[in-house]
Design a protein around this ligand. Sequence first.
Ligand SMILES: [Fe+2]
Ligand SMILES: [Fe+2]
Length: 298
Amino acid sequence: MVHAPEYLKRPDGGLFDKTSDAIDEVNVLKGKKKEAGRVKEEEDFRNYKDACDRVQNFYKEQHEKQTVEYNMKAREKFLGKVNVKMSIWEAVELLETLVDDSDPDTDVGQIEHLLQTAEAIRRDGKPEWMQLTGLIHDLGKLLYFFGAEGQWDVVGDTFVVGCAFSEHIVYPDTFASNPDSTHPVYSTPLGIYKPGCGLTNVMVSWGHDEYMYQICKKQSTLPREALAMLRYHSFYPWHREGAYSIFMDDEDHKDLEAVKQFNPYDLYSKSDDPPKVEELKPYYQGLIKKFFPDVVEW
Ligand SMILES: [Fe+2]
Ligand SMILES: [Fe+2]
């Protein structure tokens, strides 16, 4: 078992876990709401309200601070240097020790969520690369311990910066205090982009998705669909609400299908039986070996 080095610890690691959980919960409930056309059960509705209240402040801060300027700086800061060198499995264990504050209130530990996602994909007979994608999809949350400014630049739904903020983003009104919302170029429908430019060429707000995508694009042999699942899994305005289609190219349409396939495993595997970490470890270490070098630079 990996022991988290002191310098990486943040006293609010447990709080971070709670915010992550609440954000997922909102997305689960919004998904149900969308499927039913309305909130069916009264209980669901109450959960949704509670979760929304909890995450509302989070999004208010995120939507104020995710600017083009910040996004350029973050890419330079986090991708321009190596924070730690370690294997993928060590990263899985490290994330668990960093965010777990043994709070009985937190739903599922990070390692459990990763393994439940991967195991649900494996049970459905999906290919090895997709199982592995399930295992690693949230490892970018390590950003929080590599010097992120807060939770707002690590978790939460993502969206495009550099063009007008979409109405399909959760709590769209909270962008009023983002300086880009009145910028002469960034506030226009196309902003700095051209129609059909391809999502690879747009800047998606910075967080754990983009970070892990960049790591894997450079250091793994995972296929394009896997990279899409990593980069866009929190990109709800796009994969659930249909925003940003004006920027899509042909490849993006294939990516969208891949991300839609992946999403239910991320959202709905949390109630599965708790995975037996030590039993599963050899299998997943075998998969990691097929797609990653022994040591990854983070
Ligand atoms: Fe995630
Ligand atoms: Fe996840």
